[in-house]
Design a protein around this ligand. Structure first.
Ligand SMILES: [Zn+2]
Length: 61
């Protein structure tokens, strides 16, 4: 399982969005636009499937 991240536009950091997916699931995923409160900058960010990148468990910051 991989964790889904988006890129915070204010800090340039990756932000975990609370989803765990496989790459194979991402292709077929129906994900409506989402909004999260960003733990990096405290702002709210809207994102859709196209903004999500996946990382394997334990990787990165
Ligand atoms: Zn942010």
């Amino acid at each position: 399982m991989s964790q889904a991240y988006i890129h915070c536009p204010n800090t340039g950091k990756d932000v975990y969005v609370g989803l765990n997916l496989e790459w194979s699931q991402l292709d077929s995923l129906e994900l409506p636009p989402q909004e999260i409160v960003c733990p990096r900058c405290g702002g709210s960010h809207r994102f859709s499937k196209d903004d999500v990148t996946l990382r394997a468990d334990g990787a990165g910051d």
